[in-house]
Design a protein around this ligand. Sequence first.
Ligand SMILES: NC(=O)c1ccc[n+]([C@@H]2O[C@H](COP(=O)([O-])OP(=O)(O)OC[C@H]3O[C@@H](n4cnc5c(N)ncnc54)[C@H](OP(=O)(O)O)[C@@H]3O)[C@@H](O)[C@H]2O)c1
Length: 334
Amino acid sequence: MSLPQSFKAMVVRETPENQFVREVKQQSLKNLPPNEVLIEVKYSSLNYKDALSATGNKGVTRNYPHTPGIDAAGIVAASSHPAFEERDEVVVTGFDLGMNTSGGFGRYVRVPAAWVLRLPGNLTLRESMAYGTAGFTAALCVLKLQTHGLTKESGEVLVTGATGGVGSIAVGILAKAGFHVVAATGKTDQNDFLSRLGAEQVISRTETIDDSGKPMLKGRWAGVVDTVGGDILATAIKSTRYGGCVACCGNAMSADLAVSIFPFILRGVSLLGVNSVEPAIGDRLLAWQKLAQDWKLDLSGDLVSECSLEELNSKIDEILAAGIRGRVVVNLSR
Ligand SMILES: NC(=O)c1ccc[n+]([C@@H]2O[C@H](COP(=O)([O-])OP(=O)(O)OC[C@H]3O[C@@H](n4cnc5c(N)ncnc54)[C@H](OP(=O)(O)O)[C@@H]3O)[C@@H](O)[C@H]2O)c1
């Protein structure tokens, strides 16, 4: 493949006043890190973590200037590793991509071969990014609950932050797998969206926050996918039925968790942590296979929107303000 000297990317730079400025500009290929697989990125996607990287969160990205984008799907442009050849269609999510390694908000990335997956069968490059890290994380959450013993006969499953990226895909795949899904959202006008995804009931975010101070509440949930943390996660744990399980993956509300040990020792509730960054290869392959096959969602409708690199700037502000519904695919060709 003939390679360009430079390529278009979103670059976040830090000013002397510690402000973080986002610009779309040309970057040189030779400045990408010297890894094994050079990928021409066709699509990326917007995740909450990208917005943190794009606004100077040093817990995510230490050094600027930097190109965010924890997801990338595209075509191998050059490979020094025998596992990949030019023109292979591939997907990269997680690891260090977009954190301290130049990420998918640029037309090219160069990454270690160990980060690269072949595009799963039955998915297009665009569909893989409609899922992206958010969908992959939702799949890992559902697999973890199932491994713990949750079945569709177990009872109701709560999804918090339900209109967000992880939340909306979790609602969709749980419903597709036959679970009774209750979606909790702060967006009071999105009931129809969540019902179309398969939620049997939509409840307001305020209903999922208990401030009574009680150590346990009436047991309702057989399982929970929590994307927000804080008081909502604490209330979900207190409201989980005997033997139930709670998958915890996000902190959109808070990273704190104030809960007593009683739900764990009196009801046998299990709190299951989910990390999408470096899961074992078996879990990675299984999650993508599920997303591509049994749990495949309709990714053509209003679950997924698309933007160009230039249009991404305002989407980053929107996701930080909890204003995005579903998933945003970034089309690098536009
Ligand atoms: N563990 C992992 O490996 C992993 C992987 C991916 C994501 N994450 C984390 O999971 C979380 C969700 O990621 P995402 O990409 O899905 O983000 P997202 O699209 O922004 O979704 C987050 C959703 O949470 C709800 N929310 C936002 N702020 C809130 C607040 N202050 N209080 C209560 N609810 C709030 C909103 O949903 P409603 O309006 O519907 O309530 C929002 O749409 C983030 O914390 C992210 O860092 C973790």
